[in-house]
Design a protein around this ligand. Sequence first.
Ligand code: ADP
Length: 569
Amino acid sequence: MFSNYYCPGNLSVLGAFDFSYAPTLIFYAYIPIILVSIFFGLLLIFRDKFSIQGKLIFLLSLFFSFWNLNVIAEWITVPVNLNHFFWQLTMLFEMPIPLLAIYLTLVFIYKKDISSKLKILLTIFFLPVPLLLATVYNIGVFDVQNCQPAVGWLTYYVYAIEIFSILWIVIAAYRKYQIESSPSEKKQILLMVSGISLFLLTFSLSNILGEWTQFYQINLIGPIGMVVFLALMTYLIVKFKTFNIKLIGTQALVWALIILIGSEFFFIQTNVNRILTAVTLVISAWMGLIIVRSVKKEIEAREIIEGMAKKLEGVNTELEGANAKLKVLDQQKSEFVSIASHQLRSPLTVIKGYLSMMIEGEPELADLKAGTITPKGVEVMNTMFQSTNRLAHIIEDFLNVSRIEQGKMKYEMSDFDIRQMAREVVGEFQAEVGERKLTLICTDKSPNASYMVYADAGKLRQVIGNIIDNSIKYTPQGGITVYLERLADSTRLSVKDTGIGISAENLKNLFQKFSRASNGGKVNVTGSGLGLFVAVEIMKAHKGKLWAESDGEGKGSTFVIELPIKKRN
Ligand code: ADP
């Protein structure tokens, strides 16, 4: 089966292997570490089957162990062709280690799987290995006397990838470290990356140096890297709480005890002792089982309590948030009630005062019993009518605000011509404008365009009416122009006046509830500061906009509304 050429050593085991030729250290260092790394890898994969990290660590430990076993095989196989075969396999186990290390680091620091593009790139890095494994590019000449290979380009390629992977890992981690704000995350990145890059560094350097000097004992330095690797794994286990250290410790202790007692069977000479040891073995196994179970239970209980504590913490912060919101709402409510009562009181006081005068029979105004009224009385009646009107307006505004805030404002959408509507509203205001000696005109910037819009006609009329009404109220002299304009995907209506203007400071808050500019109160004492708030909310509900522009106090203002043009399918 094997060739007739042999490497140094005797065919002592299975006619192919010689355990005595290899340095003893290799068995002490490699075999326990292979076992431990496979053990940790298996623990991780069983505990958390669906996590990519668990799978990657498992794969890493698997390739790492295969690589170690292969090194042992290179040392102990005597037939040349078999020895050559193992040498040829090395890169198949070595190459996935740096690639998996890159993958694992990226998943660890970004907490998500890497992109498919990156996966393809890593696969491309790997491809030359299976393709060139059986060629002279892997192992060129094999020294049959000493069983030592002259490696080819593939080996140098793998070494280059190893160095490159360390750089990649360090740079990726450094970049994430810079932008990461949580100190605990930063610490985890630092630990993970120092562990994995130290492991890769010792692993790669010992291989490269061993190859370079042809002094393969250097490869035995590898165990230092493995120790780092194991320390990293332990860290990961603690960090992910993947397996409880206390449980591992207890289990390890119990197993060590059983093996220790069990091994006595090899030395015991008498039957009495054999029976005694068997009894001790059974008792310690049984006790060990009880201890392991109780530790497991304790851990489960602790996990439940921790879970509950976390939930409670969540509920607590939720409650705190809700409480803070309620406080704000409560404050807003009392503010609303106080402003509302103040707003309603002044027109009511005017009405009440005049009415009582007239009922008591103020000769200058009216004598209600006699059924007569003087011209001054008619004027007063007019003022009372205006106050009632204002009351009705304010109440309507309040109702609108409350509907908006409760999300109960209803919109009845239809298609209509906004130019037609603007002209009508402008017409309705002409009498008032005339009285105030102002001008109000409506012009059209795109005369041939269609001004059909899809909106709630009643509400839009209210918005247009409100801003024209405002510009009349806040314009002591001059005039108001309403512009209509059709843009690429919206219809725009602007109301430009020559009035008191608005300062930059006031422009910012104009559309908030109860907001009134400092100069507004002087010109129009009775405003509520709700009209624009309601108007802007109505426009938002139409996916439209309402904004104000002004060059400052005394420089006039422009209020603009914009409605998107309905897209027809
Ligand atoms: P009200 O007019 O009832 O006070 P609004 O919400 O309609 O409430 O307007 C809010 C404030 O915006 C007004 O108090 C006024 O200070 C300012 N404002 C509105 N329109 C104009 C305008 N055309 N020119 C100057 N200031 C205006």
